[in-house]
Design a protein around this ligand. Structure first.
Ligand SMILES: [Zn+2]
Length: 305
């Protein structure tokens, strides 16, 4: 009798001590459309989140093939983090297919992190989308600029806290720790780019403007005729002439774009083509947010030297 009571008490104690552990083990299921937002959400959410990205770092984030696997990820999501400005407008199709009311547009679990970002390249006239222009609401590639991370992570804290208000303090703390690390890195990046202030570069797809602006460089031209429109021979001839006239030394190429073509143009202009990580995971070693910016700053500074 006494023994069975003892067993019961032990079982009860074990049950009680297991209960809190079991509840904290349930992580918030977050889906991010692009790896930059996955990386930043992991910084903010820490052990409280389980994050997946729909796009991979080596892909063109404008054009994602919609496969059933995307829909499966979205079906189980508590929160969907999106870039906005139509970069990831393709996500709407698998969201509809996933039939998950938590993440439909307007639901608390739908988080557009472009809120509050000071936009560049906003068209002053109406963009003709029949021509395929992929930046109709302004340049959507703001996450490449580490100076935007404070705004993005603020939006992530707000979004995650709508789902888990009890964890807001933990998210805020993680954000502060991350921003301190980012500040240190920013000082290092500013030093590396200081000698190249004022330099002009050519880009393949016009997605580096926020990054270049941050460090005092500028985009002289893009190999694409317009955002998302392939380069025409006549346009490339003009770019090569301009590069020679303005002594432009570097063409920035995205991992998903045509490196051979960029290298041919660079050779003709007496410049070099350098591949930067257009998203986290785009090149080897760029597997976290700060690591990706590290790669981009170092590779660009070296190419400009
Ligand atoms: Zn773009």
């Amino acid at each position: 009798m006494r023994r069975s009571i003892l067993i019961l008490l032990v079982a009860l104690a074990a049950g009680l001590s297991l209960a809190p552990a079991a509840s904290t083990a349930v992580k918030i299921r977050v889906v991010a459309t692009i790896p930059d937002l996955k990386a930043l959400t992991e910084e903010i959410g820490g052990t409280l989140v389980d994050v997946e990205s729909l796009a991979r770092g080596t892909q063109n984030a404008h054009e994602l093939e919609i496969r059933p696997s995307l829909m499966l990820k979205l079906r189980r999501a508590d929160v969907l983090i999106e870039n906005g400005l139509e970069l990831d407008a393709w996500a709407e199709v698998p969201v509809q297919g996933a039939n998950n009311p938590k993440i439909v547009r307007g639901a608390p679990g739908r988080v557009d992190v472009s809120r509050g970002v000071p936009l560049l390249d906003v068209p002053s006239t109406r963009v003709d989308r029949s021509m395929g222009d992929v930046h109709p609401q302004g340049n959507p590639h703001y996450s490449l600029d580490p100076g935007m991370a404070p705004i993005i992570t603020k939006n992530i804290v707000d979004g995650l806290s709508r789902f888990a208000p009890e964890s807001r303090a933990a998210f805020e703390k993680n954000r502060q720790v991350f921003l301190e690390r980012l500040d240190e890195a920013m000082a290092r990046w500013a030093r590396a780019m200081e000698p190249h202030k004022g330099a002009k570069v050519v880009v393949y797809h016009p997605q580096w403007i926020y990054f270049l602006n941050r460090f005092g460089l500028s985009q002289a031209a893009a190999l694409e005729d317009r955002p998302g429109i392939p380069a025409s021979p006549a346009h490339l001839t003009r770019v090569i002439r301009q590069m020679k006239e303005e002594q432009i030394k570097v063409i920035i190429v995205e991992p998903w774009n045509d490196l051979k073509l960029a290298t041919r143009v660079a050779d003709e202009a007496g410049a070099k083509a350098v591949v930067l990580a257009s998203m986290v995971g785009g090149v080897k070693g760029a597997d976290a947010y700060i690591a990706a910016i590290d790669h981009n700053v170092n590779a660009l500074a070296q190419a400009l030297r």
